[in-house]
Design a protein around this ligand. Structure first.
Ligand code: PLP
Length: 371
């Protein structure tokens, strides 16, 4: 019998989501300027404790809009962790700038190495992107301080990190701009979609114009400034509102499973829970770090045989400079990032993971390392 597949994606939808989407549909205004979009944005800003939220069509669009709002363009450079997914770096190419891949502090962290970053700063550097992969908190206050000192825009790509905390702040609210995805896999899902958070009213107004063909936030005509169409439709905003109301409950449920998996695997040799530093992950997934790449491959393969999908295996996770799309981007090797990418295995820890699933994943890990 083929085992059931347990993936990282697990949307939680009930009849209230359906009712809200149907209400948006029957309101007649299905567009991205429908009133429900503004209601969703207000709810996002309030929940994350920032002045403004701007909804958009995807997480990729959110990063793209962040770069445009930061005036990043041709000839500019943007520092991106080599451990980020391709979706973080593609928008840098799209605005005509050059991604500069920087290494992480060590092979068990997604935090940018400040010394590596400093060595890569030039007069063309405009922005630095921080990415909390799989919802694990990464960069601390020091990166924000560096950006402030050097006059650089800090963009937090929090696409996977809804509800992740570092210190007293939520990830995605610490930089100048926070970019989120609401793709199917995310803790708030609208199928496809995204949003931006900022405390800066001027930046928020620019984002509104940038996502709507240059029409000012106060109205008027299109083309008053540069802009594209990256709006989020009304039905998606209605769904996002319901999803947002469920965020705390989801984070708690996932953290509980993540903590149990981590506790069960803590004392094993060969594979360890990924260390949590400076904060609390949101339970997007549970990460394990194998002692070497071979062990990671074997563990991910055994998990796959039992139906459990490991994201690094599914993505072919590797440093950004190893993807064909960036073959023309001059890059130095990032040894910590390379080590990290090759040794990671993810376990699903969402509400669809049963106690039997948890036990099965633990048993597989123990069996692979011979514990
Ligand atoms: C860290 C990160 N950034 C950006 C994106 C892009 O988001 P989207 O798929 O909504 O375009 C993703 C999507 O998985 C992501 O994980």
């Amino acid at each position: 019998m083929t085992p059931k597949t347990v993936d990282t994606a697990h949307p939680l939808l009930d009849e209230t989501d359906t009712a809200e989407v149907l209400a948006a549909l029957s309101s007649g205004d299905l567009s991205g300027t429908a009133p429900v979009v503004a209601v969703y944005e207000r709810a996002l800003a309030d929940r994350f404790g920032v002045h403004r939220a701007v909804a958009c069509s995807s997480g990729t669009a959110a990063v793209h809009l962040s770069l445009l709002a930061a005036d990043v363009g041709a000839g500019d450079e943007v520092i991106v962790p080599a451990t980020a997914p391709v979706m973080t770096a593609m928008p840098v190419l799209a605005v005509g700038a050059r991604p500069i891949f920087a290494d992480v502090t060590d092979s068990a962290s997604f935090a940018l190495s400040l010394s590596d970053v400093r060595g890569r700063l030039t007069s063309r550097t405009r922005a630095i992107v921080s990415v909390a992969m799989w919802g694990y908190p990464a960069d601390g206050e020091a990166l924000a301080a560096l950006c402030t000192r050097r006059g650089l825009t800090l963009i937090e790509d929090a696409a996977q990190a809804h509800g992740t905390r570092t210190g007293s702040r939520l990830v995605g609210t610490r930089g100048h701009l926070g970019a989120f995805s609401t793709h199917l896999r995310k803790l708030i899902t609208t199928g496809e979609g995204g949003f931006l958070l900022t405390d800066d009213e001027t930046t928020a107004d620019r984002l509104v114009a940038l996502r709507n063909a240059g029409k000012a936030a106060t109205g008027g005509q299109f083309g008053r400034s540069f802009g594209l169409n990256f709006k989020l439709p009304a039905m998606s905003a209605a769904l996002g509102l319901r999803q947002l109301a469920r965020l705390d409950q989801r984070v708690t449920a996932r953290r509980t499973i993540r903590d149990r998996l981590a506790a069960a695997l803590e004392s094993m040799d060969g594979v360890k829970p990924f260390p949590v530093r400076d904060g609390t992950p949101n339970g997007y997934a549970t990460l394990l770090l194998a002692d070497d790449a071979h062990l990671a491959v074997v563990l991910a393969e055994e998990l796959a045989q039992a139906g459990f999908v490991s994201d690094p295996r599914r993505y072919g996770y590797r440093p950004l400079y190893d993807y064909d799309a960036f073959a023309d981007v001059p890059a130095d090797a990032c040894p910590n990032a390379a080590q990290l990418c090759s040794r990671l295995v993810s376990l699903p820890c969402h509400e669809g993971v049963t106690p039997a699933d948890e036990q099965r994943m633990i048993d597989i890990a123990r069996q692979v390392v011979g514990a």
